[in-house]
Design a protein around this ligand. Structure first.
Ligand SMILES: [Zn+2]
Length: 272
């Protein structure tokens, strides 16, 4: 059941959702970051990307100190509002907000943000179709559809699952990958799930949405039992260039539209 929400954005529906800060220069402020991140949580739940009260999204604030917004343990994504997000420091200490941060959230997110300064937003889910690809031998996103091409050259596959990420080990592995490969925005974690990083919540959520769609399309194709039909390299390169040309504006418009729907109709259910 959706709890009564009390943040301004939800209690006063408007025709135009607050414009998210989908800019590559990380401009913005904490209030906007809180609105964007809370919307991302509610949208992710409405799309079915969540898993119980697990998983976490975070945003690095644009300030001199190391500060992050992250979800408190035990709050369902459908009831997330800007004021429920925790403000934490670089050691994972809660500076404001009620609740605690899951250890795995600290390990994955703080390490990840530090390792790649481009990643203002980090989204970690076990969303079904992307996760399914982490559960089969050789599972990877193949260049067999234009949606998959969006992720060409930006995707990494971690092959080892070492148990629940309750130690800092997985966080350290992720951070090492992020540090060594600054172009990577999407990481598939074997037998586990995915992490998406972006220069804004809008960019990261746009990737999250299309990643799940791309994985679903591929899995449907694989279910036919017929061989996949791969795109030629030159077409992949051309399509990638076409997609990247308007990527920031597209993500901004997409996230604005989605935010408008979820703010005006908090109970709206989306089809993937
Ligand atoms: Zn996880």
């Amino acid at each position: 059941m959706l709890e009564k929400v009390d943040d301004k954005a939800q209690s006063q529906p408007t025709d135009n959702a607050t414009k998210p800060s989908a800019t590559a220069d990380n401009s913005g402020n904490e209030a906007q970051d809180r609105t964007d991140l809370a919307n991302a949580f509610r949208l992710a739940e409405a799309f079915g990307f969540h898993e119980g009260i697990c998983n976490h999204f975070s945003v690095k604030l644009d300030c001199a100190e190391e500060r992050y917004l992250i979800n408190p343990y035990g709050v369902h994504w459908s009831e997330m509002t800007g004021d429920k997000l925790l403000l934490i420091d670089g050691d994972g200490n809660v500076l404001s907000g009620e609740g605690m941060v899951e250890d795995s959230a600290k390990f994955i997110h703080i390490g990840g943000h530090r390792a790649n300064v481009r990643h203002k937003a980090l989204l970690h889910t076990h969303m079904p179709y992307a996760t399914a690809l982490t559960m089969v031998e050789g599972g990877k996103l193949e260049m067999t559809h234009q949606t998959a091409v969006k992720f060409h050259g930006r995707t990494e596959y971690q092959q080892n699952f070492g148990g629940l990420a309750l130690s800092s080990e997985e966080g350290e592995r992720l951070a090492k990958t992020a540090q060594d490969k600054q172009h990577i925005d999407i990481t598939f974690l074997a037998n586990h799930g995915i992490v998406v990083g972006g220069a804004s919540v809008a960019l990261a959520f746009d990737d999250l949405y299309y990643l799940e769609r791309a994985c679903r399309q591929q899995l449907f194709a694989m279910q036919t039992g017929l061989p996949l039909k791969f795109l030629p390299d030159d077409i992949v390169a051309l399509t990638k260039e076409q997609i990247e040309r308007d990527a920031v504006q597209f993500a901004d418009e997409h996230f604005t539209a989605l935010s408008r729907v979820i703010e005006n109709n908090p109970g709206h259910r989306f089809n993937l």
